[in-house]
Ligand binder design. Structure first.
Ligand code: AVJ
Length: 332
């Protein structure tokens, strides 16, 4: 554990505790490589988020087509007072996959006497930036940053605050990256983490017209395509890969049966590539499945969460009914 001091200026330094579990070391890349040896090939979306990938994701959140972040932020702001009241005073917040998202600042601004904030992300730089921002704007609030792969069901460090109860904050519809059975496992783990009396405040993208969904994942400027291809760029940078990025194309489509957006990288021709000296072969049209992003109706999500011991308490929607924010309470 290291105490990380951010700014080098003469102003009072925002400080927070930073713990780096080095999630990208050791067996990490083995997982990506074995996914590429499967048929169909697939690689988990967590591999998108190196520094470049996190930055590309931030650009995605500003795209006209990517309604999710705008809708959720507007919702958190408009319903802030109600959310603050429903959560109550003296909460400790744990956020999974925070990136460098300012949503926590909106939430903190409506909470009475927040007692601590633990931010968890797989990507170092955005996590450090966010912790610095929260620490600087909330002097006296214990702030901890944990760099880790949260899909591995971590045991969390003991929180520093003296809180009445824990609130797990999981915004952005990141829950949609898990297949439903894994989502239940993750939510069960979150339920344990939250402890007795704990709550879950979670953003979940809603089912809607295919056109709107597909545009959000295949934008006109091609930023999402770059985000998707960054996976190959990253394998080239970090694993001695030799992928030709021009020989693959970004594909995103809504698969209505399971109710998910799928992202793939499609090989434009038959070709070979190497990672860690292992040969990978691609046929023309063959894809690497890089992401699922599940969309849920309100009731459907509540049923899923109930399997993990979460009781629905409130749900907020934006006026256009694009996005939902659920508040759930752990079963007694
Ligand atoms: C960060 C997982 C919520 O699924 O919408 C955005 C990631 N992928 N565009 C999502 C993403 C392509 C995003 N999540």
């Amino acid at each position: 554990m290291t105490l990380h001091q951010v700014s080098r200026s003469h102003r009072p330094r925002p400080d927070f505790e930073y713990i780096d579990l080095n999630p990208t070391e050791g067996v990490w890349w083995q997982e990506a490589l074995s996914g590429m040896q499967l048929r169909p090939k697939r690689v988990a979306p967590k591999f998108f988020y190196d520094q470049a990938g996190s930055w590309l994701f931030e650009r995605i959140t500003q795209l006209p087509e990517y309604y999710l972040t705008r809708a959720e932020t507007a919702l958190l702001q408009a319903k802030g007072p109600e959310i603050g009241e429903a959560l109550g005073s003296d909460c400790e917040l744990v956020e999974f996959g925070c990136g460098n998202s300012a949503k926590i600042l909106d939430l903190l601004s409506v909470l009475e006497r927040p007692r601590g904030y633990l931010a968890i992300d797989i990507s170092r730089e955005p996590l450090l930036e966010l912790c610095a921002k929260v620490a600087a704007t909330h002097p006296g609030l214990p702030v901890q940053g944990l760099r880790a792969d949260f899909s591995q069901f971590l045991k969390l460090p003991r929180l520093k605050g003296r809180a009445e109860r824990k609130v797990i904050f999981f915004p952005g519809s990141s829950i949609g990256n898990f297949d439903p059975p894994e989502a239940v496992d993750f939510l069960s783990h979150a339920r344990e983490t939250a402890g007795p009396g704990g709550s879950l405040l979670i953003g979940v993208d809603l089912k809607k017209d295919r056109e709107l969904l597909e545009a959000a994942y295949d934008d006109a400027q091609g930023v999402t395509a770059m985000f998707n291809k960054n996976l190959l760029a990253r394998l080239n940078r970090e694993c001695g890969g030799d992928f030709n990025l021009d020989a693959f194309r970004h594909r995103a489509f809504y698969n209505e049966g399971p109710g998910r957006i799928e992202m793939h990288l499609e090989s434009l021709r038959s070709q070979e590539a190497h990672v860690f000296g292992e040969k990978l072969t691609f046929e023309a049209g063959e894809t690497i499945h890089t992401e699922n992003s599940y969309k849920y109706r309100i009731q459907q999500f509540q049923d899923l969460a109930a399997k993990a011991g979460w009781q629905p308490e409130r749900v907020w929607l934006d006026d256009a009914r694009l996005f939902s924010v659920h508040l759930l309470r752990g079963e007694a």
